[in-house]
Design a protein around this ligand. Structure first.
Ligand code: PEP
Ligand code: MG
Length: 587
């Protein structure tokens, strides 16, 4: 591709991955797609040779992944499951068997057959309306890319060979590429493609490599040797910066360092206000692998374990033993801190192919979560048995999602009792004091909060769904995203109503939607009387710092002021002003 000459400074914006700033020389890596020049027909003996060529390529790539996995640095051991998942993809029927079958049936070369398998897998992933899961197609693409390179004999430049201090510029990097990086030399990397939830981004965060992804045209605009500023906190990349920009970013880097060390010093302290009010800060997780990070960031437990992802990740539903092992490990790692395990919340924007609830016009209002579990009690009971058995290994709190009213809660509790009786009969022990709570995320549950509170040990407010259902804004529809407002006075009033109901019944109330990790909402939620906040682990240190900087008295006054306001814009303006007082460096 011919490059547009860059003579003057130019700024690009992408997705910030790891918040650090580096200034250095660009090193372009050719990770453009391997070229498949032709489809050719093969016949007779050559057909078997073609299959063998494909199988050999799979062996070679398998050896590469195994050797990379064995070399994974200690600090990213947690993430080595990414390489395991690459190994699984290599042997997955949809890739391996289907490519062999296509070579034999269509009598075509291995490259072309592999490309066809990738297209079929991509079509399946495109049906999935879940950002995390659909982004996993990039893992399949990375594996296919390595296979295609191996088939063509071009293995590309290994990132372990780079021996100068440079910023890598590539069209795309695989998680395996990231693992190979010599972190003593590579200052950071930027790529044209990728998003925040790509495994390459997850690896960069774990390895603490400054990175910006999704820049679209970085490889077209940057020349090898160009000077770059990579700001991994804002997602900005400056090509050939002038002196003014260099000084500006050097100052910003210093501020960021001071700020990070002040946060790191306090992340393991309790979230306690200067006048002694304590808020419990816990983490939301989707997979067992995230528990260690949750602890490292100062999480005082897991406030929401979204168990459905295990059902989406596995081929076929996991059995009781798989579930038990997974829950037991999470609980043991966190012990004695509590783990709130939410029962299956499949449906809505989270589908599993085993469930035949396709074709619903309004999946968010359809057969999802507890409704699905009550309709399929056998599936539900397997999960409840696994949770109860794991409850012996630490402190589990069981949480039912999407409860819309009392009858549904009573039905769910009745099934729980049946499972307990079955365990008693089989002489299997469990924690008989395990707390049972519900997610309050449907407006009807808010209206019934006083009644529901008498039947549970705790509430956890799921604002992600509560906002969607209360404001009638589809949370995954980009056309109405601008109307999805956590600071809408209606939402604040609903949260207040739930907190009052919990107070009157003497039960704990937590909030585990994205709003919990939003610095702008934290002092309002404190003032409102929320007992605990559960969030993405990375948000924990800053939220703790905020709580430690404001008195509960002030937060209560702020809440009283905010609840009198009539529009989301007024609320936001009030909060922005207050944030400037509370953390001046936040601007
Ligand atoms: C919520 O709805 O706020 C919530 C935490 O659950 P999820 O995002 O998994 O629906
Ligand atoms: Mg929800």
């Amino acid at each position: 591709m011919t490059k547009m000459p860059v003579t003057r400074e130019r700024e690009l914006r992408g997705v910030a991955v790891y918040p650090d700033i580096v200034i250095g020389k660009a090193h372009l890596i050719d990770r453009s797609k391997a070229k498949i020049l032709y489809q050719c027909f093969v016949n007779g003996e050559d057909l078997n040779r073609e299959v063998e060529r494909f199988k050999e390529a799979v062996h070679t790539v398998e050896d590469q992944f195994v050797s990379l996995r064995n070399k994974v640095p200690d600090k990213v051991k947690d993430q080595s499951f990414i390489l395991d998942s690459h190994l699984m993809i290599l042997k997955d029927g949809m890739l391996y068997d289907s490519t062999v079958k296509t070579i034999l049936e269509e009598k075509i070369n291995a490259e072309w057959a592999l490309k066809k398998s990738l297209e079929e897998i991509r079509a399946v992933f495109e049906q999935i309306d879940d950002e995390y899961i659909s982004n996993r197609i990039s893992d399949v693409e990375n594996v296919t890319e390595r296979l295609l390179r191996t088939l063509s004999g071009d293995t590309g430049q290994s990132l372990s060979e780079i021996d100068q201090r440079v910023i890598i510029v590539a069209h795309d990097l695989s998680p395996a590429d990231t693992t190979e990086m010599n972190t003593a030399k590579v200052m950071g990397f930027i790529t044209d493609v990728g998003g925040k939830t790509s495994h390459t981004a997850i690896m960069a965060q774990a390895l603490e490599i400054p990175a910006v992804v999704g820049l679209e045209s970085a490889t077209a605009l940057v020349e090898d040797g160009d000077l770059l500023i990579l700001d991994g906190s804002s997602g900005v990349v400056v090509i050939n910066p002038d002196d003014r920009a260099i000084i500006h970013y050097q100052e910003k880097k210093l501020q960021l360092q001071t700020y990070k060390s002040s946060i790191a010093r306090t992340s393991h302290l309790p979230a306690e206000t200067p006048d002694g009010h304590r808020v419990a800060i816990t983490a939301n997780i989707e997979f067992l692998e995230e528990v260690t990070a949750a602890k490292d960031y100062g999480g005082e437990g897991v406030g929401l374990y979204r168990t459905e992802f295990l059902y989406l990740r596995e081929k076929g539903f996991p059995d009781e033993e798989d579930l038990f092992e997974d829950y037991r490990e999470v609980v043991e790692i966190m012990n004695p801190a509590p783990v709130s395990i939410r029962t299956l919340d499949l449906g809505g924007d989270k589908f599993a192919s085993e469930i035949a609830i396709s074709g619903e016009n309004n999946p968010a209002l359809g057969l999802r979560a507890i409704r699905f579990c009550l309709k399929e009690p056998e599936i539900f009971k397997i999960q409840l048995r696994a949770i109860l058995r794991a409850s012996l290994y630490g402190k589990i709190q069981l949480m039912f999602p999407m409860i819309s009213g009392l009858q549904e809660l009573l039905d769910a509790k009745q099934i729980l009792e049946q499972v307990k009786e079955e365990l008693n009969r089989d002489n299997i022990e469990y924690d008989t004091n395990m707390e049972v709570g519900i997610m309050v995320e449907i407006p009807s549950a808010v209206a019934m909060a006083e009644v529901l509170a008498r039947h549970v040990d705790f509430f956890s407010i799921g604002t992600n769904d509560l906002i969607q259902y209360a404001l009638a804004i589809d949370r995954v529809n980009e056309h109405v995203a601008y109307m999805y407002r956590p600071y809408h006075p209606a939402i604040l009033r609903m949260i207040q109503q739930v907190v009052h109901a919990a107070r009157n019944a003497g039960i704990n109330v937590s909030l585990c939607g994205e709003m919990a990790g939003d610095p702008f909402s934290v002092f309002i939620l404190m003032g409102l009387g929320i007992d605990s906040l559960s969030m993405n682990a990375r948000a924990i240190p800053f939220i703790k710092k905020l709580i430690r900087s404001i008195s509960i008295e002030e937060a209560r006054v702020d809440f009283e002021n905010v609840i009198r306001l009539s529009t989301a814009n007024e609320v936001l303006a009030y909060i922005s002003d207050r944030m400037k007082d509370i953390v001046p460096e936040f601007e």
